[in-house]
Design a protein around this ligand. Structure first.
Ligand code: FDA
Length: 410
């Protein structure tokens, strides 16, 4: 497309933001507040589709305890500045300003009481007040930097658009049905930004056929556990599914798991198995191990665990009485229950992942302004960057914080 200066004023903007999702809308309303002329374009037919489906329809929009330690990145320092400059309490103040009813569910996770659309409506209203234009069902074909470095010319389905600042807020690859695309990564490559390997994160595990044939009957059963892998541990619920394992503990640990790794599950978190056993030897010496374990876990889970792998032989399929365990056997039992190993066959992939790990490397991007150091006027915000939060509202907090900080400069 030829570069030209003869565009209608209506097609010239201070900032164009690609992506009407969490980070894009936050960036737009912040820039609009500074009286910048802002256009947000999105190829989807609805604003904030991922916000709408998030948190089971109630949007876990932030976390009271959000801090840099809740984020994975090749450069763990990158997120610090934005998270400190736009905190969970800043977003909460916006939620309160719009009188959106909310509650803490657990572990500092803040949810809407009613529906996620309250958050989208709030962002849209703030954009409207600050004069932001949002155009849906709009595709971007090509970006050309202007020769004099004064901005960009965009070739879009709306026609040619000129802008001084261009913000890439296109999110990650998860949930392609919700509008996810690789455009942000392509633009990063166009301007010489390296990509960190992308993988599905916060995603359920699939298990092999043999494992499934034993545990499939537990589909729907959940338990409080500690799941560990590669030096990280999370205490939350595990959930058996018809394809493998899910639940918050598994989603969290999946972000640290790599193919070929084992995951260790502690079925009795917070309990010293040895102390418990010593007590049982006094109070219920003849009780079968499956009976006393059922008091801690459910009967179905106990039965399945005691008839599988090492625990089957060690517990005589659950029938061995408490007083028949030798000290060595007791040690092995404790190890098997505290560090029960599973080898996932894989993950459910992007179609079930909440986030994309990896993305645009942060090295050549300012952690203050989010501007590219390769191309003046180009910005990257949100999930497209190599910053991924834990489960629990941390990913939205990153979207709000990065979007806000970029919005102060575009
Ligand atoms: P986001 O994905 O929000 O927005 C990107 C936008 O860019 C989209 O509107 C998309 O249509 C648009 N786009 C993409 N390609 C384009 C192209 N080629 N042209 C034009 N537009 C394009 N997090 C959390 O903290 N709490 C939660 O409760 C949940 N729950 C949750 C549930 C589910 C099912 C998923 C999949 C994800 C979550 N998340 C979450 C994660 C959270 O949704 C995610 O991290 C943020 O939405 C990321 O915000 P972004 O603005 O970066 O991308």
């Amino acid at each position: 497309m030829p570069l030209n200066n003869s565009l209608l004023p209506s097609m010239q903007y201070d900032a164009v933001i690609i992506g009407a999702g969490a980070s894009g809308l936050m960036c737009a309303l912040t820039a609009g507040d500074r009286s910048r002329k802002v256009l947000v374009i999105d190829h989807a037919n609805k604003i904030g589709k991922k916000i709408l489906i998030s948190g089971g329809g109630r949007c876990n929009y932030t976390n009271m305890y959000a801090e840099p330690a809740n984020y994975l990145s090749g450069n763990p320092h990158f997120c610090k500045s934005a998270l400190a400059r736009y905190t969970q309490w800043d977003f909460q103040a916006l939620v309160d300003k719009h009188r959106i009813p909310w509650h803490e569910k657990t572990l500092g996770q803040l949810f809407c009481n009613q529906q996620s659309s309250d958050i989208v409506a709030m962002l849209v209203e703030e954009c409207r007040k600050s004069g932001v234009t949002i155009r849906l069902k709009t595709a971007l074909h090509h970006v050309s930097p202007l020769d004099d470095l004064s901005g960009f010319l965009l070739d879009t389905t709306l026609g040619a658009i000129r802008c001084t600042s261009l913000v890439v807020a296109t999110g990650g690859l998860s949930f392609p049905t919700m509008g996810a695309s690789g455009l942000g990564y392509e633009l990063a490559e166009q301007f010489g930004h390296p990509l960190i390997e992308r993988m599905p994160g916060l995603v359920p595990f699939t298990m092999d056929k043999q494992w499934l044939s034993h545990f499939i009957e537990l589909s729907g059963v959940s338990a409080d556990v500690i799941a560990s892998c590669n030096g990280q541990s999370f205490r939350e619920n595990v959930l058996f599914t018809h394809r493998g394992l899910s639940g918050p503990a598994i989603l969290q640990i999946s972000s640290y798991w790599r193919p070929g790794n084992k995951v260790a599950i502690n079925w009795l978190p917070g309990l010293s198995i040895k102390d418990w056993f010593n007590e049982l030897r006094e109070s219920k010496p003849k009780a079968e191990i499956r009976s006393v374990l059922s008091d801690q876990l459910t009967k179905r889970l106990t039965a399945a665990l005691c008839t599988f792998g090492e625990l089957q032989a060690l517990t005589d399929s659950g029938c061995k009485p408490v007083n028949r365990f030798s000290p060595t056997e007791l040690q092995r039992l404790a190890e098997s229950l505290e560090s029960w190993e599973v080898m996932p066959a894989g993950t459910e992939g992007y179609k079930k992942a909440e986030v994309t790990l990896g993305g645009v490397a942060t090295n050549n991007i300012s952690s203050k302004t989010f501007e590219s150091q390769n191309q003046s006027g180009l910005y990257f915000v949100g999930e497209v960057l190599d910053v991924t939060g834990h489960l629990g509202g941390f990913n939205f907090q990153w979207a709000w914080a990065s979007g806000h900080c970029a919005g102060l400069y575009v």
